[in-house]
Design a protein around this ligand. Sequence first.
Ligand SMILES: [Zn+2]
Length: 66
Amino acid sequence: MNCCDSFGNCTQGRDCPVRNERIAQAMKDRDLFWDVMEGLLTLGAIVGIIVSLCFMFGYIWYRVTP
Ligand SMILES: [Zn+2]
């Protein structure tokens, strides 16, 4: 398992299990990051629509009331 030396060189090259594990972990982290980003964007869009609707109705209310 300990195929990598202290200088970061690996005796197993591309098939290094440590390296593959690190790449798999990075891919998982990136997926999680984009899941969070997508959630935030959806939340932001919903909040933006609600705020603009409130602003529109508030403006209409302001113009209608004497
Ligand atoms: Zn290695």
